[in-house]
Design a protein around this ligand. Structure first.
Ligand code: ADE
Length: 299
């Protein structure tokens, strides 16, 4: 959207705090002129300076801008700044996040809903990766729910743009000394300080599908260190109650070798993105129209 002028904080009525992080906070805010509600991410410049994160904030903004027309990500409407803060004016998601939704079912999340969200998240990742973006901190808390309960991926604060090279394999793969992500969903290559590419998001996809179906993440322990040990050994239990096709899909995503994961192969290979999208657990879903399909619910 092209605005005649840059917006300012006083154009908004700030209503309540929706979330807090090291970066600052996210506030629900109403634009006075139009009455529209937004979620405004307020990033403190002092924090960016202290933590040397100004570049990452710019990357986050560029990624959000690049994804403005992407139906599965939280839309960026405006950005502005004042001497203290950066402001990202984002689409407001009124129904919380996928973690809240799973908790609300108290372990009895309907299988058809798990299947639907597994397919929707797969499609979101495919679109993201096609645009050369990796998220690197996929987790149920970062999957917000739109008015009609579709998934909206948010928080690109750890995102990264990769440049596809002419063969379709990305360059710019990065080795990172510091851990980015969240313990339960972090991939083994991040823990082993190896190259990290889009396959890290496929690992997290496997963790989230497991959790949607079984009500708990695959790697769980008393502390992060013990979780990391389990991840590095890929120690997963598949409960007897888990449907075979769901377990098969997770098993093909939770593969220690990043290149061996379903969806990681180059086009035409047995484990390419088409093979992931047509896996039996999700191939009954009309993925071409998923963002306009009503979510399955019993009532
Ligand atoms: N919390 C963080 N981002 C949000 C958003 N876009 N909508 C609602 N709550 C949020």
């Amino acid at each position: 959207m092209v605005e005649a002028r840059k917006l300012e904080p006083r154009d908004f009525q700030f209503v309540e705090i929706l979330g807090r992080g090291a970066y600052g906070r996210v506030a629900k805010a109403v634009r006075k002129e139009t009455g529209e509600t937004f979620a405004v991410k307020i990033i403190e410049k002092a924090h960016l300076k202290k933590e040397n994160k100004a570049r990452q904030a710019l990357i986050e903004r560029n990624i959000l801008a690049k994804l403005r027309d992407h139906p599965g990500t939280v839309r960026l409407h405006h950005t502005f700044q004042d001497p203290e803060n950066l402001y990202f004016v984002l689409e407001y998601c009124p129904n919380g996040d996928l973690m809240d939704l799973m908790n609300s079912f108290e372990g009895r999340f309907p299988l058809e809903l798990a299947r639907f969200y597994s397919a929707e998240l797969t499609v979101i990742l495919d679109l993201l990766h096609q645009r050369g973006i990796i998220h690197r901190d996929l987790k149920p808390e970062n999957l917000l729910l739109s008015q009609d309960f579709h998934l909206k991926l948010s928080d690109f604060g750890t995102g990264k743009e990769i440049n596809p090279d002419p063969d379709g394999t990305e360059i710019n793969r990065e080795r990172r000394g510091t851990f980015v992500g969240t313990a339960e969903y972090v991939s083994p290559e991040v823990l082993l300080d190896q190259e990290v590419g889009r396959e890290a998001d496929l690992w997290a996809l496997g963790c989230i599908i497991y959790q949607l179906v079984n009500g708990r993440p695959p790697f769980q322990a008393m502390n992060d260190y013990l979780i990391f040990e389990q991840i590095k050994e890929n120690r997963v239990n598949y409960p007897d109650t888990m449907p075979y096709d769901a377990a098969d899909l997770v098993n093909k995503l939770l593969v220690l070798d990043p290149k061996g994961r379903l969806g990681a192969g180059n086009p035409g290979e047995a484990n390419d993105m088409d093979a992931l999208k047509s896996h039996p657990f999700i191939n009954s879903i009309d993925i071409a129209n998923i963002f306009t399909t009503p979510i399955p619910c019993d009532n």
